[in-house]
Design a protein around this ligand. Sequence first.
Ligand SMILES: NC(=O)c1ccc[n+]([C@@H]2O[C@H](COP(=O)([O-])OP(=O)(O)OC[C@H]3O[C@@H](n4cnc5c(N)ncnc54)[C@H](OP(=O)(O)O)[C@@H]3O)[C@@H](O)[C@H]2O)c1
Length: 286
Amino acid sequence: MEKVLIAGASGALGIEVLKKLHHLGIPARALVHSEQGFEKVEPYTHDIFFADARDPHAMEGVCKDMQVVFSALGKSVSLFKPRLNSYREIDYEGNRNLLHQALRSGVKRFVYTSIMGSGSAHHLSIAKEHQRIQHLLEQSPVQYTIIKPVGFFSGLHDLLIMAKRGIIPIPGSGHFRTNSIHPTDLAQVAVDHLFEGPKVMDVGGPKIESRNEMARTIQAKTNARIIHISPRLMQAGLVPFGLFKKGFAANLDYFRYVTTHDMIAPCYGKITFKEYVEQLDLNQLP
Ligand SMILES: NC(=O)c1ccc[n+]([C@@H]2O[C@H](COP(=O)([O-])OP(=O)(O)OC[C@H]3O[C@@H](n4cnc5c(N)ncnc54)[C@H](OP(=O)(O)O)[C@@H]3O)[C@@H](O)[C@H]2O)c1
């Protein structure tokens, strides 16, 4: 049976792909770079490769005996986990090192998680770095599928965390619409395209909603107050949340962009944002 390497296996999307492969009995190797990551993947595979993807030497052999690579490796988009590293280091250099190893080991297919709009939102560093990996894949001999999703429900945890503190900040009018997706629904799309698929596909969730409608769903759960803030003054508006760490600006640019543009992709999956929020245990969020 073909073996699959999952990069970013401890992340919101990667862990869901790993769980599905475990359930299907498809052998999977998980790439992790931290003890916490190791503990998350351990219940689903014993084939665990420990390396920082930024380090080309540490990555040597990561794809040995693998036929397919699935990458959900990237810097977190959360405002609450900005980390010190950049999208260039993780999304580009980490995935470039991974692709290099895949080619050296004769991997047949590479399924890559990018972001919807990566080809047009050139001013966003996350979009730019994902697009650089797309160019590398286009020039490589490997078969590939690039999945370009809208935002994940897990990416909206930031709003829920702020709602726990009493406020749901919505940049601008809140009229822009999206069809965000549950990571497990997106993982199903990834698993369905692991062995064949189009070169590029946009993926969204089952229901198109405005940012205001999503804010009202969060309000029903938390009783927080919805406030509209000017996109240009967002940084100042978020001061009370103490978010100003290095690495924050790039994540704020992403948040501002996705909330002030329509982000609508072909619909996949079943779980709506309302269903997701209703079952969420707020105590699990900081
Ligand atoms: N979240 C969204 O709303 C969204 C929307 C569209 C596209 N995307 C894209 O989809 C991909 C997956 O997103 P996600 O939300 O699942 O991300 P995530 O939860 O932040 O997971 C990222 C994964 O990458 C790993 N990682 C980070 N730095 C690493 C390094 N130096 N070496 C090895 N592994 C490293 C993380 O491990 P640790 O947890 O141990 O750090 C984690 O497993 C990303 O490329 C993202 O840009 C996300």
